[in-house]
Ligand binder design. Structure first.
Ligand SMILES: Cc1cc2nc3c(=O)[nH]c(=O)nc-3n(C[C@H](O)[C@H](O)[C@H](O)COP(=O)(O)OP(=O)(O)OC[C@H]3O[C@@H](n4cnc5c(N)ncnc54)[C@H](O)[C@@H]3O)c2cc1C
Length: 442
């Protein structure tokens, strides 16, 4: 099949679909969205429960400053609900659970003071990194020459503060602080505002799940969204018409938006080859992800008996959060397990997880009605939750991140300068790419 369109979009995650929806509303009806997998939503995915309802395997939470996401959800008629049960996070290190003090004083435990001092220094440094051009930061090269793990090591004195800091970073990164550039990490956090704001990113969920946004946009775009159509080749982007090859057929487009996890772009053959900087950047990304497990119970029997619904163990690299519905109609705990657990057999992983639930929520938590797990580390076409850069790349070639190459524009959450790596960033990057396409006069 041969198809001619004004704009072709590669990837029907929330970024690609936001781009398509923006273009459609602005009068560009000649467009196609090509998606490799058999569903839309990418890193957002609902899973129906046998006991009724659903859980979210991917991106779930929404924060009050994520205004593009809240606006798009409202436009699609989707409302919000409570994100999780109240209670502060307990950090576990060497078998001891600790609540981190917001403002420790000189009378506080030495480790609490150590942690707070390091966090204040980290936040102050975050603010020096421009969100649009992190490579222009003062001392950019020095900051990009070390890992986040190196910086924690150099800036904490006590074992506890070091472990808690690593735990905090692993929580937002879903991976190892020793693999990512310190400059990249500062930029990541600054695009959300500052560290404390990251905690507010779990304030709400969407009723029906975040995948609803993509499903509803796809419904409105109808046949313009084509599933099971991986793009394998993009050619002629330096001329007047771009040609995209997919199992669906050959598509000729005036402009293209590639809205995928950057690492996956390496699977597409470009003719002519992309410029060197773009290739180095695409190949350099690291992808990382938790294994996400939901345990479902008849009732949240632990509520009222324990101090909090949120435990983050630095020792085991497991985090568990009570996300039971507010009306108490069932109990639901979500577990986020570090990528290290991806290599274990499912039964072994679940045994460890259930034992952990028993220790934190009480012995009965070892007997859920249903246990549902999803490992993003092993998914085709996506292969992770977060894309991160190792030391050196952001200063060497980061400046090409958002530059179009001929008729190709880039989207996907990694291209955003606000809430990068979150759904908010994905929507903003999609909407920006749509406007860039329009500026280039379709
Ligand atoms: C476990 C987990 C928990 C998360 N938690 C949160 C959270 O609570 N809050 C939050 O805001 N964010 C969260 N995120 C992150 C959020 O889900 C992502 O930032 C966002 O969904 C990314 O959207 P995207 O459109 O940029 O990319 P993607 O969703 O990755 O979309 C890219 C699409 O491109 C497709 N594709 C790949 N290759 C090709 C090809 N060759 N041809 C055609 N199509 C192709 C893919 O199949 C995919 O559908 C989480 C993610 C995960 C995995």
């Amino acid at each position: 099949m041969n198809i001619n369109v004004n704009v072709a979009i590669v990837g029907a995650g929330i970024s690609g679909l936001s781009a398509a929806w923006e273009l459609y509303k602005l009068g560009i009806e000649s467009l196609i969205v090509l998606e490799a997998s058999s569903r839309v939503g990418g890193r957002t995915l609902n899973h129906p429960l046998t006991s009724g309802g659903y859980v979210e395997q991917g991106g779930t939470w929404v924060g009050p400053t994520q205004t593009a996401l809240l606006a798009l959800a409202a436009e699609m008629g989707i409302t919000t609900k409570r994100g999780k049960f109240e209670g502060q996070t307990l950090y576990g290190f060497r078998q001891k659970w600790t609540m981190l003090e917001a403002s420790p004083t000189l009378a506080s435990d030495i480790a609490q003071q150590d942690f707070a001092r390091a966090m204040a220094k980290f936040e102050a440094l975050c603010l020096t990194v421009p969100v649009e051009t992190p490579w222009d930061s003062p001392d950019a090269e020095a900051l990009d020459s070390i890992t986040m793990g190196d910086w924690i090591e150099q800036n904490t004195v006590t074992d506890e503060a070091k472990a808690w800091f690593e735990g905090c970073v692993r929580q937002i990164l879903s991976g190892d602080p020793n693999q990512v550039s310190f400059l990249w990490m500062l930029h990541f956090v600054h695009t959300a505002g500052f560290y404390d704001l990251l905690e507010t990113a779990e304030e709400f969920c969407l009723v029906g799940g975040t995948q609803q946004i993509s499903l509803k946009i796809a419904e409105r775009l109808g046949e313009r969204v084509v599933l099971s159509a991986p793009v394998t080749e993009i050619s002629g982007y330096d001329g007047s018409t771009v040609q995209l090859v997919s199992e669906y057929g050959v598509i000729r487009a005036q402009q293209v938006i590639v809205a995928m996890m950057p690492k996956s772009i390496a699977d597409i053959k470009f003719s002519p080859p992309l410029p060197l900087g773009h290739r180095q950047l695409i190949e350099g990304w690291k992808t990382m992800s938790w294994v996400k497990i939901h345990a479902v119970y008849e009732k949240p029997f632990w509520q009222g008996k324990i101090a909090t619904g949120h435990f983050l163990s630095v020792d085991t690299k497991i985090e568990v959060i009570d996300i039971s519905p507010e009306d108490g109609s069932k109990g639901v705990i979500v577990g986020l397990l570090a990528p290290d657990y991806s290599h274990l057999a499912e039964s072994e992983r679940q045994e460890i997880f259930l034992a952990f639930l028993g220790q934190t929520f009480g012995e009965a938590a070892q007997r859920p009605l249903e246990l549902v797990e999803f490992d993003w580390n092993t998914q085709p076409w996506i292969g992770g939750c977060i894309s991160a850069l190792p030391p050196g790349l952001l200063t060497a070639v980061g400046s090409v991140l958002n530059s179009p190459v001929g008729k190709i524009h880039w989207a996907g959450t990694e291209r955003s300068s606000i809430w990068v790596n979150y759904i908010e960033g994905a929507i903003r990057a999609g909407q920006k790419a749509a406007l860039d396409v329009l500026k280039n006069k379709v």
